[in-house]
Ligand binder design. Structure first.
Ligand code: ZN
Length: 445
């Protein structure tokens, strides 16, 4: 404790602290000491109160957890929330989402949609998110303004979109963006080839070479449905995961999103490669895509993180909802109520997500030395009383609306549910305008 500053920047006094490491630990009547953006100590509250901090926050009915990590999403698609529901993946994409995107996606759409997503994520305790969408430079700009931590996976397709004419341009723009943010504290830029069915082998091979050269992660939709896997086998005699492996694209920095329809050989391959899996249970259930076998992956030593996917296929961006769904789905799938217990699922939404994004040295748990990315959850309301077990309450009873405060690098971004870095009134008006614009040119009759 020799490094403990006499006058730390902030002292937070929650009722409970759930540091995530060690798994399942709950500290009662402890405080978090923050200085220069970092957690410097966890102390019994009576001891912490002897320090004189610039700011103290009393959180008498609150549980404090590490900021949640949403490891997969498409932030700007929040403007398409509720636009096309109750369709299977391919008709949903081809007949509804892609045409709407063709008509509306622009820098302005991405700016407003990303802001909307960030507002929602902060109010549900997400302090780090991974995003894959067009015009990532706009998402980066508003992320910088709002202060969230993020990984931007710039999209690559083999066909033209509003953001580029083909692989050449996507890679050129994406790598330029990566250079712009190379030294940024909170924003990183990585490769985001959309999926093996939208990006051919030639482009994937190029990305494999570039990612190895630049030591950059690759974020890709993979095995989202059984249909995708079967079609690939028909087309090229190989499962998409095997294709990635053959092209040199499967390793510890590969973030495989969805991963349903996995056999033992797939799980063994993911484990041997040390690849990351990102499970999006609500999106998978809503589109009836399939089930990611989380328990089997974890038993094989594969890290599994959680993601919401875009709001058009979820339809919210709450990691609390995702934790709840992941736990319930795993129990149902394994016919075992002990599968994926609360402590494990909270770990997936925090440290597991940080690990998947290569950020686990900095965030994902409440430990001295890590960035002060923290969330306070108020358990005093009727939905969460009485508190027999705060961890169970978080996973099985909270929906995100109990989040009261969020900090990133010790900076307060949400206070008593008020967004401090974002003008919600102005944004709300722009959301209404977008609804009218989208409805005016919609595919629906
Ligand atoms: Zn997705």
């Amino acid at each position: 404790m020799s490094e403990l500053p006499e006058h730390p920047d902030s002292l937070l006094h929650p009722r409970w602290i759930i540091p995530v490491l060690p798994e399942g630990q709950i500290l009662e009547n402890h405080s978090v000491v923050i200085h220069q953006g970092r957690i410097v100590a966890l102390l019994p509250t009576h001891q912490a109160r002897t320090l004189s901090a610039s700011r103290e926050v009393e959180l008498p009915e609150h549980a404090m957890i590490p900021g949640l990590v949403n490891a997969h999403g498409h932030a700007a698609m929040s403007l398409l929330r509720g636009y096309a529901d109750d369709y299977p993946l391919m008709p949903w994409l081809q007949e509804h989402i892609w045409p709407a995107e063709q008509a509306h996606v622009s820098a302005e759409f991405v700016r407003d949609g990303s802001l909307l997503a960030m507002a929602e994520m902060l109010r549900a305790g997400t302090t780090t998110f991974s995003d894959m969408y067009f015009f990532p430079e706009e998402t980066a700009r508003v992320a910088q303004d709002t202060g969230l931590r993020c990984q931007l996976a710039f999209p690559v397709f083999d066909f033209p979109t509003a953001w580029g004419s083909g692989p050449e341009e996507y890679l050129r723009k994406g790598l330029a963006l990566r250079d712009d943010y190379k030294h940024h504290e909170r924003i990183s830029v990585v490769f985001g080839p959309h999926a093996p069915y939208t990006v051919g082998e030639e482009t994937l091979s190029r990305i494999a070479v570039l990612a190895a050269e630049l030591d950059l992660p690759v974020h890709i939709h993979l095995h989202e449905t059984r249909g995708e896997v079967l079609q690939a086998v028909e087309r090229c005699g190989e499962r998409p995961l095997d294709t990635l492996n053959r092209l040199g694209l499967l390793g510890p920095r590969t973030q495989c999103v969805h991963m349903t329809d996995l056999g033992d050989q797939d799980i063994a391959l993911l484990a041997a490669a040390g690849a990351q899996v990102i499970h999006c249970p609500q999106s998978n259930m809503k589109l009836a895509s399939g089930v990611c076998p989380v328990g089997q992956l974890q038993a094989a030593g594969v890290n599994v993180a959680l993601g919401t996917d875009g709001a058009a296929s979820n339809n919210d961006l709450s990691l609390f909802g995702e934790m709840h769904s992941a736990a319930l789905l795993a129990k149902l799938q394994r016919e075992d109520p002990a599968a994926l217990p609360a402590a494990k699922v909270l770990e997936m939404a925090t440290l597991g997500g940080a690990r998947a994004l290569g950020l686990d040295e900095r965030v994902g748990s409440i430990e001295p030395g890590k960035a002060a990315d923290l969330v306070a959850v108020d358990l005093s309301g009727p939905e969460t009383q009485p508190v027999h077990h705060p961890l169970s309450q978080l996973v099985y009873a909270c929906n995100g609306s109990q989040v009261s405060h969020c900090w990133v690098d010790g900076e307060l971004l949400l206070e008593e549910r008020r967004l401090l870095t974002l003008d919600w009134d102005a944004l709300q008006q722009r959301c209404r305008d977008w609804q009218q614009r989208i409805a005016a040119t919609g595919d629906r009759t």
